[in-house]
Write a protein that binds this ligand. Structure first.
Ligand code: PLP
Length: 411
């Protein structure tokens, strides 16, 4: 099946739904089994079934199965937020004394999370994306995972995932990729060597900002070494299921990171139009980026689809269908940035991406507020930078809105 068809039909059991086009919402905290023995079997993982929604729920399973198909993985675990999914994806394999090698151009929340992990003895070594000498030099005996975003948010640098996976694997560690900004529409990291992919489904997957949620997907291909990952030693016997089995049996249920069934339902409605929305958003972003570049030579426009982008060549090679729906502009000063944002009438001024509506934000004073000056620079955040998450509006209306706002500030 091609992408849009699979969004509607892959991983769905029509009979189980009694032919309904949408999945039922099992808005129930707990599930009865016919016998005490039956419940025991489920707790022992000796029989399939549901007992408690924190551990599993059929509406959530339905969402997970569709994401697994979408990302081309083996199994997924849906979480209450993208941050919960990232936390679970990493803490399932890490312990005190372990180290992460991460691209420095990360979403601010992830930088904050890595900072929090320090208190638990987990250190992060930041590297410049695609700087292979620097990345090679960052490995040591404690390195247990490599992490990056397919398209850095809001740096908009593009990670060469295939090459990064090769480097990680040569050192015997897995590659975890945050695919939120690219989405499976542009790129499926698991098909290019990544081992675990994480999506904040609050963003493009949901599409209309009605649910916070996240999901992680395992390729099932990484061979976990008992010595290096002692937490997985009881699970390696499950082969490709080792990582997910450990997560479901332990960290995920114990941290109470589950998604709500209602939000799993809403995400599935969003998911079905991901391809159509991304196609439109990528096209709009290309047009808007070109418009800024042509009309406002004083601005610095950053978009992987522009030949002026340092990451255009990798984007061109790696993505078939577009360059994503996010671009940034630098307009000269913090004052101008705020004035421009305040004068927009169509775009929403808020902290989010991936909505059907166009969204703008000044990252330095919001999502990167807790980052140090150096961290901000690495993440491509500057005092005069505006991030634009382009929506599905008619492009002429978007251009006109930005043009009038820019005219107001140039007066
Ligand atoms: C939003 C975002 C997250 C966090 O997701 P939440 O659902 O808000 O917890 C993680 N990574 C990236 C790239 C994001 O844009």
């Amino acid at each position: 099946m091609e992408f849009n068809t699979s969004l509607l039909h892959a991983g769905i059991d029509r009979k189980e739904r009694h032919g309904a086009t949408l999945p039922p919402i099992y808005q129930s905290s707990a599930f009865e089994q016919e016998t005490a023995e039956g419940l025991e079997k489920i707790f022992e993982n000796k029989a399939p079934g549901y007992c408690y929604t924190r551990v599993g729920n059929p509406t959530i399973t339905s969402f997970e199965n569709r994401i697994t198909k979408l990302e081309g993985g083996m199994a997924s675990v849906a979480c209450a937020s993208g941050m919960a999914a990232l936390f679970n994806a990493l803490m399932n394999i890490l312990q005190s004394g372990d180290e992460i090698i991460s691209s420095a151009s990360l979403y601010g929340g992830t930088i904050d999370l890595f900072q929090d992990l320090k208190a638990f003895g987990i250190k992060t070594n930041y590297v410049t994306n695609n700087d292979w000498n620097q990345i090679e030099a960052a490995f040591n005996d404690h390195t247990r995972v490599v992490f990056a975003e397919t398209i850095g948010n809001p740096c908009l640098d593009v990670t060469d995932v295939e090459k990064l996976a090769e480097v990680a694997h040569a050192h015997g560690v897995p590659l975890v990729i945050d695919n939120t900004t690219a989405t499976a529409y542009l790129y499926q990291p698991l098909k290019h060597g990544a081992d675990i992919v994480v999506n904040s489904s609050s963003k493009y997957i949901n599409g209309s900002s009605n649910s916070i949620s996240g999901v992680l997907t395992d390729s099932g291909k990484f061979k976990w070494d008992k010595e290096k990952y002692p937490g997985l030693s009881d699970y390696v016997k499950f082969g490709p299921m080792a990582y997910i089995a450990k997560l479901r049996n332990g960290f995920f249920r114990n941290t109470g990171a589950c998604l709500s069934p209602q939000n799993a339902f809403l995400n599935q409605i969003g998911l079905e139009t991901l391809g159509l929305r991304m196609e439109r958003q990528c096209n709009n972003a290309v047009e808007l980026a070109a418009f800024f570049e042509e009309q406002y030579p004083d601005f610095q426009v950053n978009y992987p689809g522009l030949t002026s982008s340092r990451w255009h060549e990798i984007a061109e090679r790696q993505f078939e269908k577009g360059y994503g729906g996010i671009l940034t502009i630098r307009v000269g000063s913090r004052e101008k940035t705020f004035a421009l944002i305040n004068n927009l009438t169509i775009a929403y001024k808020l902290s989010n991406i991936g909505d059907v509506r166009t969204l703008v934000i000044h990252p330095a004073s919001t999502i990167s507020l807790h980052s140090t000056e150096a961290q901000r620079e690495d993440a491509g955040v500057f005092e005069d930078l505006i991030r634009i998450s382009v929506g599905i509006e008619d492009i002429e209306d978007l251009k006109a809105d930005f043009a009038q706002a820019i005219e107001t500030i140039s007066k």
